[in-house]
Write a protein that binds this ligand. Structure first.
Ligand code: SF4
Ligand SMILES: [Zn+2]
Length: 321
C-alpha cells in the first residue's frame, strides 16, 4: 500500500532531475550529464545540514535502472562525463542494489563514457567496490569530508566518520587508479563566519594531498534540518560569498564551487546588490581556476563582512547571526 501510494505521487521510474553542463575535468572543460536518482535515501541520515532524507522513496533495482535509462535520454555523443548522485551513497548496496549498480556500470562502459563521478560515504569504499567501478570505467569517488577537523565534523555536522576514515578511503581509491573528490562545507552550524572561513581553508590544505579535486559547498538552509531550526531562531546565517572567495583564493586548485542558492535568504549571500556578480565569478572560476578576477570584485558590504567577523571574534567567537 505504502509503495503504491508513493508511486502515485512520485514516479519511481523517473530520476529526481537530470541536467547537462560543462565542467572542469582533468584541466579541460568537458560535456557532462548529471543525474540525481531517487533511492531509499542515505542510511546515515543524521547530518545537521542535510535535508536529503525527505527525497527518499522505496525504489527497487528495476526502478533505478529505469531512472538511469530515462536520464540517459538527455545524453548525446559529446557527453564524456556522467555524474550519478543518489542523495546518499552509490556504493551502499542497501541504497543502490548491486544488480542496479552493475547494470549501470556495464551500460556506461558500453557507451564509452570516459569518466563516472559518484558520491559515497567512506565506509562503503572498499578494495572490492572500487574495483567493481574501476574495472568498467575511470571513476571519481566524491566523499563529503566537510572539514578536516574531527571535532567540528562530529559535533557540529554529526557526520559520523573521522578524517582518518576519509584518508583510508582515499588510499583505497588511489591504489586502484581511481580519483577522489573531497567536498568541504563552508559554514557548518555553531561556527562564526571567521571560524568557518578559517576551518574551510585549513581543511582544504589538509585534504589537498588526499584528493584530486576539492569542491567547496556553501551551506544552504535545507528543509527539516537542525540548521533550518537554528536559522528560524536567528542562530544561523548561511556563509557570506566574500568568505567563499577567500577560501577559494587561499588553496591551490583544482578547487571548484557551485554557489547553489546564492543570493537567497536560505543560500550563501552578501548584501543583495553584489550577490549575482560574485556568484558568476565563482562559477567562472570553477572552469578557469583563475583567481585573478576575484581581486576586482568589490561592494560596500565588504566592510560590513569584515566588521562582522571582528565583532564575532570579540564576543568570544560566538556567531551573531
Ligand atoms: S550529508 Fe551525506 S552522509 Fe550526511 S545525511 Fe546527507 S547524504 Fe547522508
Ligand atoms: Zn554587497
Amino acid at each position: 500500500m505504502a509503495r503504491a501510494r508513493v508511486e502515485r505521487e512520485l514516479d519511481l521510474r523517473k530520476p529526481v532531475t537530470v541536467w547537462r553542463s560543462q565542467d572542469l575535468e582533468d584541466g579541460r572543460t568537458a560535456e557532462a550529464l548529471t543525474m540525481i536518482l531517487r533511492t531509499v535515501g542515505c542510511r546515515w541520515n543524521r547530518c545537521t545540514m542535510c535535508g536529503y532524507a525527505g527525497e527518499g522513496a522505496p525504489a527497487s533495482a528495476a526502478d533505478l535502472i529505469a531512472q538511469f535509462e530515462c536520464a540517459l535520454e538527455r545524453s548525446s555523443p559529446e557527453v564524456s562525463v556522467v555524474k550519478i548522485y543518489t542523495s546518499g551513497s552509490f556504493l551502499d548496496p542497501d541504497e543502490m542494489p548491486v544488480e542496479a549498480r552493475d547494470e549501470i556500470l556495464k551500460r556506461l562502459e558500453a557507451l564509452g563514457i570516459k569518466k563516472l563521478v559518484i558520491e559515497t560515504r567512506p565506509e562503503y569504499v572498499t578494495a572490492q567496490t572500487v574495483e567493481i567501478c574501476q574495472s568498467r570505467l575511470p571513476t571519481e569517488f566524491a566523499i563529503g569530508l566537510e572539514t578536516a577537523n574531527d571535532l567540528i565534523r562530529e559535533n557540529a555536522i554529526r557526520k559520523g566518520f573521522s578524517f582518518q576514515d576519509f584518508t583510508t578511503a582515499s588510499e583505497t581509491v588511489h591504489r586502484q587508479g581511481g580519483r577522489v573528490k573531497a567536498y568541504l562545507l563552508l559554514k557548518p552550524p555553531l561556527l562564526s563566519e571567521g571560524q568557518a572561513m578559517r576551518d574551510a581553508i585549513a581543511s582544504a590544505r589538509a585534504a589537498r594531498s588526499h584528493a584530486d579535486i576539492l569542491s567547496l559547498n556553501l551551506c544552504n538552509v535545507q528543509r527539516n534540518t537542525l540548521v533550518e531550526r537554528m536559522w528560524e531562531r536567528g542562530e544561523f546565517r548561511p556563509p557570506w560569498l566574500w568568505s567563499a572567495l577567500e577560501v577559494l583564493k587561499s588553496v591551490p586548485g583544482p578547487f571548484v564551487c557551485d554557489p547553489v542558492g546564492a543570493g537567497t535568504r536560505r543560500g550563501p549571500h552578501n548584501c543583495g546588490e553584489c550577490d549575482e556578480s560574485i556568484a558568476a565569478a565563482i562559477r567562472t572560476h570553477a572552469l578557469s581556476q583563475d583567481v585573478a578576477p576575484f581581486q576586482s570584485l568589490d561592494c560596500q558590504c565588504k566592510s560590513t563582512w569584515i566588521d562582522l567577523m571582528k565583532v564575532e571574534e570579540e564576543s568570544f567567537g560566538t556567531p551573531l547571526f
